[in-house]
Design a binder for this molecule. Structure first.
Ligand code: PMP
Length: 282
């Protein structure tokens, strides 16, 4: 495969970044992952809006105008051979003359676009996800989609070692999100998800799921989610661009509800599935 780096498409084996790149030295950069179905990106403008917001938070000017991003991502779909893809894009503050925490006077951002096949989460969806709760040890700007993911990496690894598919992160008694997903809980027949804020990434999939539920007239609420509430939940779901929507069937070693994907999940998934197929058809 090929990736777009510093202005051109290159075979992956030839794509090289300077050891002085601030992404490498400091994790000084932001990223996006955009799902593509049948060659068509899902919620492209929302992803580019979030990229813009992330760049704003780290005070890095967007290196490309919106029209150029659209063009480049269309090229990436072509490079990836169309079909179902995940487009990874990353912007770092680029190489600097020396390792200095403060910004270089004139940053030359490094831009990477990397298409890859979208892994099908169907098997995981059918069996249901296993999750564990872990303390949220991340910094306080989790709304920024920063490439600096060490705390997320450690959480996901710890989850994997505990036989789980995802970690739900708890800060000050509240569940913020997963290590790479947002979280929904069904209690008293109402779908609940934490409100947006600095404690979590504003997931594009989360917004889409909420929108679809509301359109269908299903009751949902954006409200803080006490970790203590998880144990009695009727259903728990997680959402992300790559795994779409998954039911959680085990939490910290105990079944969620009756240990099988719940009825509201089935409704939500049918809505999501239909939306995705409409994207695919164009
Ligand atoms: N939270 C975190 C920490 C994430 O990394 C992600 C993306 N993988 C999400 C939530 C879900 O966001 P999206 O639906 O936009 O993929």
């Amino acid at each position: 495969g090929r990736c777009w780096l510093d202005g051109r498409w290159l075979p992956l084996a030839q794509a090289r970044v300077s050891v002085l790149d601030r992404g490498f030295l400091f994790g000084d950069g932001v990223y996006e992952v955009i799902p593509v179905y049948g060659g068509r990106p899902l919620r492209l403008e929302q992803h580019l809006d979030r990229l813009e917001a992330s760049l704003g938070h780290i005070r890095l000017a967007n290196p490309l105008p919106r029209a150029r991003w659209r063009e480049l991502l269309a090229e990436a779909v072509h490079e990836g051979g169309g079909g179902d893809l995940a487009l990874y894009l990353q912007v770092t503050r680029g190489p600097a003359p020396r390792r200095d925490h403060a910004f270089p006077a004139e940053p030359r951002p490094t831009v990477l676009v990397l298409p890859s096949p979208l892994a099908d989460a169907g098997a995981l969806r059918a069996r249901g996800a296993v999750v564990v709760t872990l303390p949220d040890i991340r910094w306080r700007w989790c709304h920024v989609k920063a490439i600096t993911l060490l705390a997320n990496v450690l959480a996901r690894q710890q989850a994997a070692e505990l036989g789980a598919d995802e970690a739900l992160l708890v800060r000050d008694g509240l569940v913020s999100e997963g290590s790479a997903s947002n979280v929904f809980v069904v209690a008293d027949g109402v779908v609940r998800t934490p409100p947006k804020g600095e404690h979590m990434l504003p997931g594009i999939t989360r917004d889409l799921v909420l929108e679809l539920l509301r359109e269908a007239g299903l009751p949902c609420r954006e409200e803080p989610l006490p970790a203590a509430r998880l144990a009695g939940a009727e259903e728990i779901w997680i959402s992300s661009s790559t795994r779409e929507l998954l039911p959680v069937v085990r939490l910290d070693g105990r079944p969620v509800g009756d240990g099988r994907p719940g009825p509201l999940f089935a409704r939500a998934w049918a809505l999501y599935d239909a939306y995705r197929e409409a994207v695919r058809r164009g």
